[in-house]
Design a protein. Sequence first.
Length: 230
Amino acid sequence: MILPQLAADTLSFPPPSQALTEPDGLLAFGGDLSWQRMREAYRQGIFPWFSEQDPLLWWSPDPRAVLYPEAFHLSRSMARFHRHSPYQVTINRDFEGVIRGCAAERTGGTWITDEVIAAWLTLSQKGYAHSVEVWQDGHLAGGLYGMAVGQLFCAESMFSTRPNASKTALMLFCRHFKAHGGQLIDCQILNPHTASLGATEIPREAYLQQVAALQVLPLADGCWQTGEPG
């Protein structure tokens, strides 16, 4: 099968069902990282993922890793830590700091290139992308970012420079997101870390059905208001 190349003059993608099985979920290459194309991709269950030496690659893996907010796994050690946590958590306070923190943590062929950072900063300015920040003594200690698609949140990456900072970000975001009507968090591909936090896998077709249903459902007012999660 020849991998489709996206045309520069259209935002259309091939159906995710046409993605390659090896490597799992590779759907197309080319196009650009305009905020319009990025927005359309996530609304179709597709995301970009590539290294600096690669062309722009688009993916829709099967199965898909997801986290139901109520299924976040709080370990005993994390519960003990949280009771005396030194951290303050905010939403949309420093999107650029979070994405650059994620990029710095992925040295050596990181897929969060300058081009990717610029694209996500535009999405943040347009109100589609959001961040969760974890602070200690006024310094950014960790966080996560992603794109809101109605009652679905497509989590893109997270980082931590201090113990349990990224876990704290995800734990409190799950509570906040669910309290405002959020139903599902996309984790893209399952790994041991996300599995330990409660993520699971579902068939791609089931995920796409949820994307279609959840993207038209609004969250409660104030979900993305800058400040501390409520």
